[in-house]
Design a protein around this ligand. Structure first.
Ligand code: ADP
Ligand code: F6P
Length: 324
């Protein structure tokens, strides 16, 4: 029988995502209702190594559900990728009586959680990233807010693009993953969508599309370009030179990571936060909370990290068909 957990730690790690606060709030309050102590670890694994650890009670998470960012701050920490850093982190957890830990972040953060679990700390991961690039889950905290923020911004660029009869290249976040580009590309009715997983660098095809659409009388040409492809400014200059159509690049950048979370992100993050604590209270460790095929579920962390995610072929084909 697993030893009963007394103190639950919670941290956010990697890129922040709107809705992380709702998850923190749910972790803290569910833990307290279950009679556990709660410690917040600031600035992810870096804060753990620096012992930036605070006691949390119900009121520590008052008035945060509607706020973007993370009240615990976040960081990327190279020291924690080393075995020495991980051992130090586990020792610090033990020193502070943290026998259960909830890690809110992406795949990288889950790797850290996996290492801590191997060193005897019960850990549960909650998927928090605007990129939607965690294979075991159909939902990650922050994606919904990010795509809605990007969609609204792209609508605005589209207005001015139409008025000036321009081509607009709009770069959305996603260094390795094209989900934000795919979703906004479809939702904003883009003429071309460039995904890191699929783009073959065939700029001539883009140029041909623009010329063809121009001849058909289209007033603008919107290209959604994922950050992972990048180079939007130089692409704009080449496209303008090749097509004669005035072309501008807009890089949406970090505005996509901030702002008040949508209802969906608050709701899913709240359920996942509670679910993570329920797992710890049930003596479980080394699990990742997920939302899959319409249900909240959990996976072994090794299994979750071994899973691969790719752009849905059908959605990709639909995006191509609708943009023609
Ligand atoms: P995300 O969690 O969003 O994928 P990162 O990949 O930047 O973001 O990872 C966040 C942090 O998780 C890293 O800065 C590092 O501290 C930790 N991490 C990443 N990979 C590993 C690993 N292989 N082992 C231990 N910790 C890791
Ligand atoms: O992982 C979230 C994310 O916003 C990615 O979409 C982006 O590539 C990356 O983080 C940017 O990281 P940084 O904030 O360090 O520039």
């Amino acid at each position: 029988m697993a030893k009963e957990i007394k103190t639950i730690g919670v941290l956010t790690s990697g890129g922040d995502a709107p809705g992380m606060n709702a998850a923190i709030r749910a972790v803290v309050r569910t833990a307290i209702v279950n009679g556990k102590k709660v410690k917040g670890i600031r600035k992810g694994y870096q804060g753990l190594l620096d012992e930036e650890i605070i006691d949390m009670d119900k009121s520590s998470v008052s008035d945060i559900i509607q706020k973007g960012g993370t009240i615990l701050y976040t960081a990327r920490c190279m020291e924690f990728v080393t075995e020495e850093g991980q051992r130090k982190g586990a020792e610090i957890c033990k020193k502070h009586g943290i026998d259960g830990l909830v890690v809110i972040g992406g795949d990288g953060s889950f790797r850290g959680a996996q290492r801590l679990a191997n060193l005897g700390i019960n850990t549960i991961g909650i998927p928090g990233t605007i990129d939607l690039d965690i294979a075991c889950t159909d939902y990650t905290i922050g994606f919904d807010t990010a795509i809605n923020t990007a969609m609204e911004a792209i609508d605005k660029v589209r207005d001015t693009s139409t008025s000036h009869e321009r081509c607009s290249i709009i770069e959305v976040m996603g260094r390795r993953a094209g989900y934000i580009a795919l979703w906004t590309g479809i939702a904003n009715g883009a003429e071309d969508i460039l995904l890191p997983e699929r783009y073959d660098n065939n700029e001539q095809e883009l140029i041909n599309n623009i010329i063809r659409n121009r001849k058909r009388g289209k007033k603008h040409h919107i290209i959604i370009n994922a950050e992972g492809i990048g180079h939007s400014e130089s692409m704009a200059r080449r496209i303008e030179a090749a097509t004669g159509m005035e072309t501008r690049a807009t890089i949406l950048g970090h505005m996509q990571r901030g702002g008040t979370p949508t209802c969906k992100d608050r709701m899913y993050a709240s359920i996942m936060g509670a679910y993570a604590v329920d797992l710890l209270c049930a003596g479980k460790s080394k699990r990742v909370v997920a939302y899959r095929h319409g249900e909240y579920v959990d996976y072994d962390i090794n299994e979750a990290l071994a899973m691969k995610k790719d752009i849905d072929e059908y959605q990709f084909n639909v995006s191509k068909m609708l943009s023609r």
